[in-house]
Ligand binder design. Structure first.
Ligand SMILES: Nc1ncnc2c1ncn2[C@@H]1O[C@H](COP(=O)(O)OP(=O)(O)OP(=O)(O)O)[C@@H](O)[C@H]1O
Length: 220
């Protein structure tokens, strides 16, 4: 469902941040993306969601060459990808329910068609009681789980999560990992960017994509 072929990315005039990156992501697969701080994990995720264009190489997603996509196709492709950003990106003036419902609301869906789905998803991430709270009064872990719910509401085929356990204690990190594993078992491909070795050790079946010196090394 996603292929990188000889992808390079250079910011400005400096050296390449990513070099000759080659990998494939299969449907229903689970992988950790790891590497030292500054290795390019966020950059790689931004390439996948087409927030950045590669300096060279080919990126093919859901069977299409991303270089050939029209703006409309880019928007349609992004709707198939759920993203949990490092900084959550919740809107503070909306309740959790409204934040999670937003992607569907933007698509013009009637609230009656999704209300139950949003409540169910908030329950699934353990925030059923917090549906009408505003993000400003939530803990880091609660915001994290709300951001996960929002990424999942459109039932994406591919989920990207950037340091999804960076702000939570080990118990909550385990719980969040279990949510991602459950999601993967229900058919979504999952890529989790993380530095957290103990988190990766909890799911040894996962592939590891390791960035170092701009190159990607794959451990099946
Ligand atoms: N917009 C930008 N312009 C110039 N350089 C950038 C930009 N964004 C990132 N970089 C540089 O690219 C490199 C990779 O950054 P990136 O954020 O992708 O790393 P990361 O592996 O996600 O790091 P971390 O684990 O600390 O989040 C770093 O050297 C960073 O300074």
């Amino acid at each position: 469902m996603l292929t990188f072929e000889n992808v390079g990315l250079r910011y400005g005039a400096g050296a390449e941040t990513l070099r000759d990156v080659n990998f494939q992501i299969e449907p229903r697969s689970f992988q950790f993306l790891t590497g030292p701080s500054g290795a390019g994990k966020t950059t790689l995720m931004r390439l996948i969601i087409m927030a950045l264009r590669p300096t060279r190489g080919l990126i093919n997603i859901f069977g299409k060459d991303t270089a050939a996509l029209s703006n409309e196709d880019v928007a349609a492709t992004r709707r198939k990808i759920g993203v949990v950003f490092q900084d959550f990106r919740l809107l503070d003036h909306l309740t959790l329910y409204e934040n999670v419902a937003l992607p569907l609301c933007v698509l013009g869906r009637e609230e009656s068609t999704y209300r139950a789905e949003v409540i169910e998803l908030l329950r699934w991430v353990g925030l059923g009681e917090r549906a009408h709270a505003f993000p400003t009064i939530l803990s880091g872990g609660e915001k994290q789980r709300a951001a996960i719910a929002r990424a999942l509401i459109s039932q994406p085929k591919l989920l990207l999560a950037d340091e999804p356990t960076g702000n939570v204690d080990p118990t909550l990190a385990r719980r969040i990992l279990r949510l991602f594993i459950e999601l993967h078992r229900s058919g979504t491909a999952v890529i989790i960017a993380t530095h957290d070795l103990s988190l990766m050790d909890q799911y040894e079946d996962a592939r590891r994509l390791v960035l170092a010196d701009g190159r990607l090394h794959i451990f099946e």
